[in-house]
Write a protein that binds this ligand. Structure first.
Ligand code: HEM
Length: 452
């Protein structure tokens, strides 16, 4: 590393303890805090969270450097390390050789032909779900999307009706999601050792879920064969390139739990924000309806084969994830010194790359707050550098469920928008709530209008 590297700019504090204000500001409103930091200090800026030095990278080339070119200089940040309490050593949280092996084993389960067979489940579940709605109903569409994507991931993952097994899987998962956030609090390592009611509730919910998952794994091991779901693929996978073996029950449990969690909340949020944006932009909504009505003549249901004929629906989803990326930031811990442009990021620093901030950068997206799906025509995409858009991350840790998510997103939009239009309830506050994923704080309350 060259000696000439500079120290990255950031807020300077002369008073002792004043750094704490940055930390408080970050925790209170990380989206605004990080946006402001990059406006004030440029593409590489630093601040402190207590003793932890934090850098934000806000240029596509720097993001590519950290996620792809020099990815071996990093490991996952604290949030995902803490998430091991729930996800164990699954794909999202594991590191190094273990991660590479698990990824080799799991990847085929997400191959195109395999996930195409899930298209029918997605459409069927969406049609059934929306079939329960009534014209004029008021719903929280964020909540509805969460239930729908959870049911879909349950069915595609282990051929289980999650909604009907509500007492077991559904209930335990709801509890876990509520309590998961607790794991990310400062000092949660110590808090969780105390006999607090929340800690106990979390442990009980995790134990309930574990029992169900291990039971399903056991049944499958005995039954054998391929039931066509993700779990079958994970069970049958053998590490041909490595030790030739498969996954232990514990590894399977960790992957199942990971896919369960990673595979529904993100897509649900992407869809919730999409319905919100459509309700605010009638010209986009009309164009979308025109495309869907033409492709799905006679009100037939969409299939995976229709996807190439629904390019505008895909553009709408892409633009929605630009403005409201479900994964709003990626964190990495630097294992060695890293060169970010002309600056040095010392080993031990936390590096943040925020999709929310990058996707709203006027250098790459003129008039950035405008919702405009035309930014996603092939010609328009050509004009922007890679990593100016990275809702699914990048490099070896890129989202393994990306193909699944695009297919689910577009098919659900087509299935639902074919029959329903949504109108935001007047005065309903739409507020971004950046937790593990970017949720709408008060949900998205809409009135339903039946189209057909
Ligand atoms: C719109 C929907 C989705 C978004 C925005 C999203 C976003 C992401 C991002 C940004 C990462 C990388 C995190 C990092 O580098 O630290 C990731 C990883 C991952 N995602 Fe997704 N995801 C989505 C849907 C899904 C679905 C549907 C599944 C499974 C069915 C899934 C499973 C995973 C897994 C297992 C990983 C870890 C991959 C690895 O490290 O090898 N995701 N996702």
């Amino acid at each position: 590393m060259s000696d000439a590297l500079l120290v990255a700019p950031g807020p300077r504090h002369t008073l002792p303890g004043a750094r704490l204000f940055d930390y408080i500001a970050f925790r209170r409103d990380p989206l605004r805090f990080l946006t402001q930091l990059t406006r004030d200090y440029g593409d590489v800026a630093q601040f402190h969270m207590g003793p932890q030095r934090v850098f934000i990278l806000n240029h596509p080339d720097l993001i590519k450097d950290a996620l792809v070119t020099h990815q071996d200089a990093f490991m996952k940040g604290r949030a995902l390390q803490r998430a091991k309490r729930l996800l164990g050593e699954g794909l999202l949280t594991s590191e190094g050789a273990h991660h590479r092996r698990q990824r080799r084993l799991a990847q085929p389960a997400f191959h195109r032909q395999r996930i195409e067979s899930y298209g029918a489940v997605m459409v069927d579940y969406a049609a059934r779900h929306a079939g329960r709605w009534q014209d004029g109903d008021t719903i929280d569409v964020a909540h509805e999307m969460m239930r729908l994507t959870l049911a879909i991931v349950g069915k595609t993952l282990f051929d289980a009706e999650v909604e009907s097994e509500a007492g077991e899987i559904g209930g335990a998962l709801t509890d876990i999601m509520e309590l998961f956030q607790m794991l990310l609090l400062p000092y949660s390592e110590y808090l969780e050792k105390l006999p607090l009611p929340q800690t106990r509730k979390f442990q009980r919910a995790r134990a309930r879920l574990d029992a169900v998952i291990y039971r399903i794994i056991e049944e499958r091991r005995q039954g054998g064969g391929d039931r066509g779901d993700l779990l079958s693929m994970l069970l049958l996978a053998q590490d041909e390139e490595g030790d030739g073996g498969g996954m232990s029950d514990e590894q399977l449990r960790d992957e199942v739990m990971t896919i369960f969690l990673a595979g529904h909340e993100t897509t649900a949020n992407a869809l919730a924000w999409t319905w919100y944006l459509l309700s605010q932009h009638s010209e986009v909504e009309s164009k979308l309806h025109a495309e869907i009505d033409t492709v799905l003549e006679n009100a037939r249901r969409p299939t995976a084969e229709d996807l190439p004929r629904l390019p505008y629906a895909e553009m709408v989803l892409a633009e929605s994830m630009r403005l409201y990326p479900p994964a709003w930031t990626i964190g990495r811990l630097a294992l060695k010194d890293f060169q970010a442009g002309e600056y040095v990021v010392p080993a031990g620093s936390l590096v943040l790359m925020s999709q929310f901030v990058m996707h709203r950068d006027a250098r790459f997206y003129p008039d950035p707050l405008r919702f405009d799906p035309e930014r996603w025509t092939p010609a328009a995409k050509e004009t922007r550098p890679p990593y100016s858009y990275f809702p699914f991350g990048g490099g070896p840790r890129r989202c393994v469920g990306e193909g699944f998510a695009w297919m689910e997103g577009v098919l659900l939009i087509a299935t639902i928008a074919r029959h329903w239009r949504m109108r935001l309830l007047p005065n309903h506050p739409v507020v971004e709530h950046p937790r593990l994923t970017l949720r709408p704080k008060h949900g998205i309350r809409v009135t339903l209008e039946q189209r057909l």
